[in-house]
Write a new protein. Sequence first.
Lengths: 430, 112
Amino acid sequence: MKKTYKKWLIASTAVLPVPVWGEDRFNGADTAWILASTALVLFMTLPGLALFYGGLVRVKNVLSVLMQCFVIAGAVSLLWLALGYSLAFTHGGELNPLIGGFSKVFAKGIGPDSLSGSLPESVFLMFQMTFAIITPALIVGGFAERMRFSAMLCFSALWLLLVYVPICHWVWGGGWLSDLGVMDFAGGIVVHITCGVAALVAAVVLGVRRGFPDVPMPPHNMTMTVSGAGMLWVGWYGFNGGSALAADGAAGMAILATHLAASAGALTWMFIEWIRFGKPSVLGVVTGMVAGLGTITPASGYVGPVGGMVLGVLGGGICFTATQVIKRVLKIDDSLDVFPVHGIGGILGSLMTGVLAAKSLGGLGLAAGVTVSHQVGVQAVAVISAVAWCAMVSFLLLKSLDAVLGLRVSRDEETEGLDIVLHEEKGYHW
Amino acid sequence: MKLITAIIKPFKLDDVREALSDIGIAGMTVTEVKGYGRQKGHTELYRGAEYVVDFLPKVKVEVAVAEGFVERVVEAIVKSARTGKIGDGKVFVSPLEQVVRIRTGESGMDAL
């Protein structure tokens, strides 16, 4: 079977200008691990993130958030098959630096024998699909408790195609940032910066929730939030470990660094709160954990365990400060703190990857002949361009959708709660 | 007849129920309520956002008794619900005009 495949490959490359990366050779161990990772990453969204976010909102909006996570998972999956995968991961001809092509729309030509590296391409497509799902689902935290369902659905779908897919192609699909040598192991730029920036833009465009910041809007179910956070931590093993795209030492190191960043992030946030506010809080611990995980993501396969710990501490501390600044100083209602945790964590991690990947600092090493300062420069270019593209397109998308559909529910509907108004259901009957 | 309404700390409910049944009170109604008096509320802090929670959870116990029982019931509640710390609650005694037992239609003292 392999032989037939190789013949097909040689035949096809002779005709099409498709780059062939190294030698594609099926590996069962790699495939098994990426299949498991795929399940772990989907588990991060469903139900991990859904529960994490669901617990953080008020009781009248819990279903709206769960609904958004589920519907985004479905919609993104369809779009990923139809267009997303092809535009992100195929060669785009002359436009390739910016976007991929249409050669694999609806998984055209992908059969049981198609390979991507050592994996069946179906597995690679699915694994990447789970990343495409969680990214728009993370944005939900920025506009929670006030966005119309139709506007949310349109925004998520268009955002996937116009922001996630191009940036994914730039970084991972052979686009211009990948040519530049950017290092983003598991999606600090592709996932965390994009979702964080989009959430911030959405929070600003939609405006604050009614009553913010004077009316108390405490989490309605912390138990749910902590359960979801636990699932995120475990799922992140697949997110970062799976990004090695192999069952090997790189995957092992990535998980080790990831785990230590989560631990360090959780404890850092906890101690800061303890010192500053007098008590360590449960929400602080889980938020610090997510901050640590977001920060290690771009670096996970490039740094050692100590690097992971350092990034966890930095992520916990800097994301804590960012949360205070966004909420209390700037009074922006990024309701579930997506930007200060994921956006800032992603930026920080992406820049620090260039430093901590260095062999002298316990990292796995930069590419041959590349200095730390050069790599940090490349990382900065990638961060700035991702932030700029994401902010601009998200802003235009939201403004246009506001004009066409209206982004926000009415005042009265917001007061009544999205669960009853948009879905005619209630989260709890008591 | 009197209606005795006691607002107590939730964790004192079992003690109060026991004290009342010890003096022969055979029924009561219990409601979870919220409120505040001298104890005031407390603050909650979520990711640095501070909220003042004014209303604290309390339990309301209602007992309907004959006039002669009032003093003993009040005493039993006060004794069993007291911790000595602020926030122990209050007991209200109010006149009760009529009582009807739904199943039998009995009314007044017979229905207690």
